[in-house]
Design a binder for this molecule. Structure first.
Ligand code: PGA
Length: 256
């Protein structure tokens, strides 16, 4: 069975002090849900503090981006080697990075390979725009993003990869894809593409999250869908009560 995974993407919110105190408050609230993998993704400057605060707990730490080189003259960038020991996961290809930081399918692929090479687990985000959605291009576009992100990635690495379907029009907008639609893209497009690339057994073992305006009130509905294995959550992951409710909802819906 695929272990459900809830990751909080804190984006550009919370100072170092706020992140650390949030992590300290959050960890005991999540302690009893060991059937769900729990991950927080703070900003780079808070990673070390949050990793320290969560040491000895079952809450994992993720970064929100990386560069693909191990080191070099890349002003402002953070390399995968710098994340070793601080983060276990790294979000790659978030639509905000694609939109504002010139992230392309090609850089996503380089980052996926670099993170795997340095022992980080990528959470690869894919998703279509509103225009693509309305033009009926979702399946083709999302399938293409999955193929591009995984070009040259061996089957042996797939156990360390999490995928996230995040329709751009649903992120931070309060609009969300219905759970049926999200499930059908996740199962019928993303998992189906994984099956074409790596065979059905591997495709069935990869965890695929939904993301986009997930909150405590709709969590159970998403998690009740068979192909949705968790959520990548922005806004609702910024409050301890909401984060705890998300994890509890996932545990209940999946019966873990
Ligand atoms: P949201 O963000 O939950 O605030 O819509 C999701 C994300 O960007 O990962």
């Amino acid at each position: 069975m695929r272990k459900p995974i809830i990751a909080g993407n804190w984006k550009m919110y919370k100072t170092l002090a706020e992140s650390v105190s949030f992590a300290r408050e959050l960890a005991p609230r999540l302690a009893s849900f060991s059937g769900v993998e729990r991950v927080v993704c703070p900003t780079f400057i808070a990673l070390a503090g949050v990793a320290d605060a969560l040491r000895g707990t079952e809450v994992h730490v993720g970064a929100q981006n990386i560069h693909w080189e191990a080191q070099g003259a890349f002003t402002s960038q953070i390399s995968p080697t710098m994340l070793q020991g601080l983060a276990e996961y790294v979000i790659i290809g978030h639509s905000e990075c694609r939109a504002y930081l010139n992230e392309t399918d090609e850089t996503v692929n380089k980052k996926v390979k670099a993170s795997l090479a340095y022992g980080l687990k990528p959470i690869i985000a894919v998703g279509e725009s509103l225009a693509q959605n309305e033009a009926g291009e979702t399946e083709t576009f999302v399938g293409g993003q999955v193929r591009a992100a995984l070009a040259g990635v061996d089957a042996a690495n797939m156990a360390n990869i999490v995928m996230a379907y995040e329709p751009i029009w649903a992120i931070g907008t309060g609009k969300n894809a219905t759970s049926e639609v999200a499930n059908s893209i996740i199962g019928g497009t993303i998992r189906a593409t994984l099956a074409e690339l790596y065979g059905n057994q591997i495709a069935q073992s990869v965890r695929i999250q939904y993301g986009g305006s997930v909150k405590p009130s709709n969590m159970t509905e998403y998690m009740s869908q068979p192909d949705i294995d968790g959520a990548l959550v922005g806004g609702a992951s910024l409050k301890v009560d909401d984060f705890a409710a998300l994890v509890e909802g996932a545990a209940q819906a999946k019966g873990v």
